[in-house]
Design a protein around this ligand. Sequence first.
Ligand SMILES: NC(=O)c1ccc[n+]([C@@H]2O[C@H](COP(=O)([O-])OP(=O)(O)OC[C@H]3O[C@@H](n4cnc5c(N)ncnc54)[C@H](OP(=O)(O)O)[C@@H]3O)[C@@H](O)[C@H]2O)c1
Length: 269
Amino acid sequence: MTDLFSLDDRVAVVTGGGGALGGAMARGLAMAGANVAVIGRTPGTLQRTVEAMGADAGMAVVADVLDESSLAAARDAVQARWGRIDVLVNAAGGNVPEAVVPPGGDVFGISREAFRRVFDLNLLGTVLPVQVFGPSLASGAEGSVVNVSSMAADRAITRVPGYSAAKGAVDTYTRWLAVELARRFGTALRVNAVAPGFFIGDQNRRLLTHEDGSLTERGESIVRLTPLGRFGEAEELIGTVVWLASRASRFVTGIVVPVDGGFSAWSGV
Ligand SMILES: NC(=O)c1ccc[n+]([C@@H]2O[C@H](COP(=O)([O-])OP(=O)(O)OC[C@H]3O[C@@H](n4cnc5c(N)ncnc54)[C@H](OP(=O)(O)O)[C@@H]3O)[C@@H](O)[C@H]2O)c1
C-alpha cells in the first residue's frame, strides 16, 4: 500500500508553492518522497515552503506563470538539478479584487481589464505551465498534472464572476487535456484537478473573518452550507493531491475532485 502512494524518486513542480494551499500540497508531495520545486514570484514565501520540506527535498524557483520564458528557465533549473519532472501541480491562481462585483454593484459594468486579468491568472496560468513542463512529464513513465479548480466553477458564488468563469474553464481544460493526452500517451500522462471548498488564506481572510477572528456574514453562510460545518485546513488537500500524483490513481484521468466538506453535495435544504 505504501508503494502505491509513494513518490520516491519522483520530481514535482508546484506553481504557487509559496501560498497557503500550494505550500501544503508541496509539503505533502515531499512527505510522500518527491523532490519538489516550488514556483512563484516572491522568493521569501517560496523559501518558507522549502525550509518546511528540507533543502535536500525542496527547491525555490522564482518564475511568473504568465511568462513563458521564466517558466522555461525554471524547467531548465529543475531538470539541471534533478534530471526529470514527473508531476506538475498548478496551484498559482486566485481572485483579482477589481473583478469582484460587490453587493448592489454594477453587474453590467464589470471591468473588462480585471475580468481578463483573473482569467489570465487562473486559465493561462495553468495552460502555460502545462505547455512548458508537459514535454518533460510526457517523457517519463507516469506523469501527472494536477490543476486547482474551485467550488466557484460549479456552484454560483456571489461577487466573483470572473474567478468563477476562469475556474470553470480550468475544469473544461482539465477534461480536454486528459482525453487528448490519454489518447497520445496512455497512462504515462494523466490530468486531473482538485476543487477545494473554502479554506481561509491570505486572499480571503478579510472577506471571511473580522479582525477579532469571528466570522463575517459571508463566512457564516459558508460554514452553514458546508455539511462538515467548518472551513478546510490546507493539509486536508494533501491526501487527494498525493493520490492524484501517484500510481495509486493510475486509471484515473479527467476528473475534478471536490475537497469541500460536502459543500458541492448539498442543496442547502
Ligand atoms: N483558499 C481557498 O479557499 C481556495 C478555494 C478554492 C480554490 N483555491 C485556489 O487554490 C489556489 C491556491 O490558493 P491559495 O488560497 O493558496 O492562495 P495564495 O495563498 O494567495 O497562493 C497563491 C500563490 O500563487 C502565486 N502566484 C500568484 N500569481 C502568480 C504568478 N503570476 N506567477 C507565479 N505565481 C503566482 C502567489 O505567489 P506570488 O504572489 O509570490 O507569485 C501565491 O504564492 C488558487 O488557484 C486558488 O484559486 C483556493
